[in-house]
Design a protein around this ligand. Structure first.
Ligand code: FES
Ligand code: MG
Length: 576
């Protein structure tokens, strides 16, 4: 118990600093773990919020990494306490991890607020663990720093680099074509995921880990240091140390995650050719902090930023190559003229003085701003009578001539309908058709699954055509590509116009003018709306029921209506 009145009052002192029977209880039970009395003497208590799980293979090494965070906390005079939260593993969880992102965020928020914590280190990796942890922590708003587990080492098979997710489809086709045996296929599994870490393409995990640098909520190089490189352990140590200092500096999440930080992240995402999933995650995070950051901001901030990074899925290289080429600090250096360099970061210094390095070591991986890898990096936001509240497309992953296209709709009512008919030889489809998939949004699927990159129908594939315009209320994997319009809002299950489209209706996609138009009169649409049966979710209990009833649309980041904003770091009443 501290008697030093000069020290700033710590939140944890409401537990450990008391001389009454409550203080006895708080300290005594903790001491059964072997902590010495001086641990309770006014040291900043740092919670290490760990998304480790055997079921989340990308986060399987995070308990080991937590030890390095602890060393850093001790080195700075803090008291580290590690705790588990719901972990979301992209490769195993059904129907989709996104159904549980908001649930995990509630776990994080409750675990932080209910406990004697002064600061937090978020240990994350696989796709949804990053936004879920940030959202939950932001609703408490303690001094917080994020540490990612880092990407796997590059996959390598028969002398060629292979990338997480992106090469799975190629192998599947090779087996179908007889070019690869099943034994080889299974050997390639081990060659793809050959070390600890998350997907080593620029999918959602690497996108989010990298954007955390742009947001200033993680230390420099958080995105790209390989999971097994000792420099990631050193970064975790430094994060533990900084968390203690941030408590002393009263540097809260809300001081870092300002509008300027979000706009910097959007620009970085464009330069990285990052995942469309970042759109819903950053919108949801901003919502927790009360930051006025919208889909329109995404479009405007990213519009003039080219894609500089030649990584799968849009390019050729992998995260390990990106790290050696200079990683995120080098990309931030290239686009420095487009950034708000005064945005505060977890280092206690502004972005321009802490997170930027002008050194690109390999210009085949990180292109210069003057001669970019692809001209349009930003994510375009489309509006029109088919998406009154917006839809998104990633131009860098699309076919240029399809970005201005009008064609007749072929409508699939849900994923089962799609699977049943997509390769049907009698499907009246050609390369001018516009494939529409609905009832796959937040409420409809539920959880807004990653199935928006509909397969190309066999009839079209047989002509050697590999891309078509596709439109849905779903998301797509960060490792996927194509002329794919996603996140249509409102979704069909929420009564959006997507529910009204019929086979043969003409749809116009006009990316340059940010337009998505259904060529059907308002009168006819009203008539169809009148005939539309209301959506009834088959989920009538548990989390799924709560989720479907309260989830917001993609343009609000698909957060729950009752989770917008935060409740702060107040100390709840005592329990005994
Ligand atoms: Fe975990 Fe890709 S499956 S990061
Ligand atoms: Mg993914």
């Amino acid at each position: 118990m501290s008697k030093d009145d000069d020290k700033p009052k710590l939140r944890s002192a409401e537990w450990f600093g008391r001389q009454d029977s409550y203080g006895f209880i708080y300290r005594s039970w903790m001491k059964n773990q072997g902590h010495t009395a001086d641990m309770f003497d006014g040291k900043p208590v740092i919670g290490i919020c760990n998304t480790w799980s055997d079921l989340t293979p990308c986060n399987g090494h995070l308990r080991g990494l937590a030890e390095h965070v602890k060393r850093g906390v001790y080195a700075a005079g803090g008291f580290p306490l590690e705790f588990p939260v719901l972990s979301l593993g992209e490769s195993n969880m059904r129907p989709t991890t996104m159904l549980f992102r908001n649930l995990a965020s509630m776990d994080v928020e409750a675990s932080i607020r209910a406990n004697p914590l002064d600061g937090v280190v978020l240990l994350v990796g696989c796709d949804k663990t990053t936004p879920a942890s940030l959202m939950g922590a932001a609703s408490v708003d303690l001094p917080t720093i994020l540490v990612s587990g880092g990407p796997m080492l590059s996959g390598r098979w028969k002398g060629k680099q292979i990338g997480s997710g992106t090469d799975v489809i190629r192998f599947k086709e090779a087996v179908r074509a007889g070019a690869m045996t099943v034994d080889e296929f299974m050997a390639a599994e081990a060659a793809m995921s050959r070390s600890a870490g998350s997907c080593m393409t620029m999918g959602t995990a690497s996108t989010m880990a990298s954007l955390c640098e742009g947001l200033g909520i993680a230390l420099p190089e958080n995105g790209a240091i390989p999971a097994v490189d000792a420099r990631r352990q050193a970064m975790a140590f430094n994060a533990g140390r900084r968390a203690v200092e941030m408590v002393r500096e009263k540097l809260r999440m809300s001081h870092i995650l300002t509008k300027a930080a979000f706009l910097n992240a959007v620009r970085l995402n464009a330069a990285l050719g990052g995942s469309t999933n970042a759109v819903v995650h950053l919108l949801a995070l901003a919502g927790r902090l009360g930051v006025d950051f919208t889909l329109a901001d995404w479009d405007a901030a990213g519009r003039d930023v080219p894609c500089l990074v030649n990584l799968m899925p849009s390019g050729q290289y992998l995260m390990e190559d990106f790290f050696h080429a200079g990683g995120v600090p080098a990309v931030l250096g290239e686009i420095a003229s487009m950034l708000d360099l005064d945005a505060m970061t977890v280092t206690g210094k502004p972005l321009g003085q802490s997170h930027i390095s002008p050194a690109v070591h390999d210009s085949a991986v990180i292109y210069p701003l003057a001669a970019p890898f692809k001209p349009a990096g930003g994510i375009a936001v489309l509006r029109g009578n088919l998406s009154p509240d917006g839809a998104v497309i990633k131009p860098s992953a699309a076919t240029p001539h399809l970005m201005q296209h009008t064609g007749p709709a072929i409508v699939f009512n849900d994923p089962d309908d799609l699977k049943a008919r997509i390769d049907d030889p009698s499907l009246p489809v050609d390369e001018n058709s516009v494939l529409v998939l609905r009832n796959c949004g937040p409420k409809g699927y539920p959880g807004m699954a990653e199935i928006g990159n509909l397969p190309i129908p066999r009839r079209v594939l047989d002509k050697g055509i590999l891309d078509m315009v596709r439109i849905s209320d779903a998301r797509m994997s960060g490792t996927a590509f194509g002329t794919v319009v996603l996140h249509v809002a409102p979704e069909a299950a929420a009564g959006g116009p997507l529910a009204l489209v019929r086979d043969g209706d003409l749809i116009t996609l006009d990316v340059a003018n940010r337009r998505l138009h259904l060529d059907v009169s308002e009168v006819e649409l009203e008539r169809r709306r009148h005939d539309l049966a209301p959506f009834v979710s088959p989920y009538q209990r548990g989390w799924e029921k709560l989720y479907v009833e309260h989830v917001l649309q993609a343009d609000s980041g698909a957060d729950m209506d009752f989770l917008i904003g935060g409740s702060g770091d107040y100390v709840p009443r005592v329990s005994h």
